[in-house]
Design a protein around this ligand. Sequence first.
Ligand code: BG6
Length: 364
Amino acid sequence: DLGGHAHFMLKEIHEQPAAAAAVIAGRIDERFGTTRLGGLNLTPRELRAFKRVKILGCGSAYYVGQMGAQMIEDLARIPADAEAASEFRYRNPIIEADTLYIAVSQSGETADTAFAVQEVQRKGGYVLGVVNVVGSTIARAVDGGVYIHAGPEVAVASTKALTNMGIAFAMLAVQLGRVRDLSVADGKRILAGLQAIPGQIAQVLADAEPAKAIAAELIKGDSAFYIGRTRGYPVAREGAQKLKEISYIHAEAYQASELKHGPLALIDEQMPTVAIIPDDELADRNLAAGEQVLARKGPLVVIAHPGVDVSALKVPTIRVPKNEPELDPILLTIPTQVIAYYAALALGLDVDKPRNLAKSVTVE
Ligand code: BG6
């Protein structure tokens, strides 16, 4: 049932405010400024014994894992990183008893991720799942987990599941942080930010009108760059992934800081760039990267917070409400979904079922 929308992808994009509220519901502990994720199967003592976090997923789940790793490092101050599950399982990874492994999957059926879980468990590692589909293969295999409660996702390109994974990681980061050095005040600051997200997603969608013009710009070429730094970089990777998946336009993500170390050579009138510019300490540098693109006559579009002064660039801009810095990637990703949707739509492509892709890849 499309619920009056032209495609499942658009329906699922618009379901995000409600879906985001569902993943948060009942999991906030106001008094202690923490979250209560009931399915971790870990005591506070066990939770604080982990020295490292390794996140495993494929495709969009891998990119949101990168966002999650940054949240965990920022809030819990535990070294954390994300890796493609499809690579991890084949490289004879070192499994450590004091590392917390997290498998991320919408379907819970992705073979590469499921095998990575088995490889970790076979060597005695503890694995949590961040999964949407209840009772799925990965959900049953893991030692504990967080269901993301996004509801059924039909479009191949993940939208609401991805957003809810980001929120689940933020909640996990708070809980990991609050058994360590994250203060009650900082815990409460993040909880307030989380509770603002559903309303802010609705606002992003209401203000996403420039996405159509931006999509029209992007489909003129057959290649595009997405650039961002630190928290904006996984957003750029996920944005590029979305454009590739459904519009078949070649899209590549770069750290804006790396632009001058190679990719700048490719910038010309035919190579548009989408710049992710959060209102943070790197905003000026991101704006400077935008200037460099324009100086080489590259078309530029921007996704930025209201506090970023983009007036000098004079380019199409989508505004995204500011939240707590640690949570910013969640909202900054939303416009990239809308841009990809309108690009595929304008090209007359099958938005929900792109060629060569399956919603869940159950073979190796
Ligand atoms: C892919 C899909 O192959 O699997 C992607 O095309 C998806 O869209 C990825 O992100 C991972 O899927 P899941 O179900 O494990 O999150």
